[in-house]
Design a protein. Structure first.
Length: 149
C-alpha cells in the first residue's frame, strides 16, 4: 500500500489545484457582464462584416488526417531506423507492410480531394452547334417597336 501513496498524493494535489483554480476564478472575476463591443469578434484590427461559415470544409479535415498519418509514420519509423542493423528480415517486412498501409491511406485521401484546394472546375456544355434553322430563327426575330429594320 505504501507504493501507491505517492500516486494518491499526486491525485489529491491535482484535484485540489483544479478546485482552487475554479474558486479563485469565481472570486477574482469581474462581476458585470461584458459589453457588446467586448463580445464582438476581433482579429488583426479588422471588424468582420459577415458571419463566418458554420462548418469547415471537408478538405480541412482531410489535410489534418494526412498530417496525422505522416506524423505516426515518422514516430514508428525513427526507432526502426535507429536499430536497423540489429533487426532481421521480419522487421523489414513489417516496416514495408506499414509503409504500404500508409501509402494506401494517403492515396485514399488524395482520391477524395485532400490536395485540391481551388474551386471545383467543371466542364460546361457549350452552345449547340449552329444550324441553318437556329440562324434563321435568330435573324427572323422582328425588331422592337420604334426601330426601323
Amino acid at each position: 500500500m505504501a507504493q501507491y501513496l505517492p500516486i494518491f498524493a499526486l491525485l489529491v494535489l491535482g484535484v485540489l489545484f483544479g478546485a482552487l483554480s475554479f474558486l479563485a476564478s469565481g472570486l477574482l472575476a469581474p462581476r458585470k457582464k461584458p459589453t457588446a463591443a467586448k463580445l464582438a469578434p476581433y482579429e488583426c484590427g479588422i471588424v468582420p462584416d459577415r458571419e463566418p461559415p458554420a462548418r469547415f470544409p471537408v478538405r480541412f479535415y482531410l489535410v489534418a488526417m494526412i498530417f496525422i498519418i505522416f506524423d505516426i509514420e515518422i514516430v514508428f519509423l525513427y526507432p526502426f531506423a535507429v536499430v536497423f542493423r540489429q533487426l532481421h528480415t521480419f522487421a523489414l517486412v513489417e516496416v514495408l507492410v506499414f509503409a504500404a498501409v500508409v501509402l494506401v491511406s494517403f492515396l485514399y485521401l488524395v482520391s477524395n480531394g485532400a490536395l485540391s484546394w481551388g474551386p471545383g472546375k467543371w466542364l460546361r456544355v457549350g452552345l449547340p452547334a449552329r444550324t441553318s434553322e437556329s440562324t434563321i430563327a435568330r435573324v427572323s426575330v422582328p425588331p422592337p417597336p420604334g426601330r426601323a429594320a
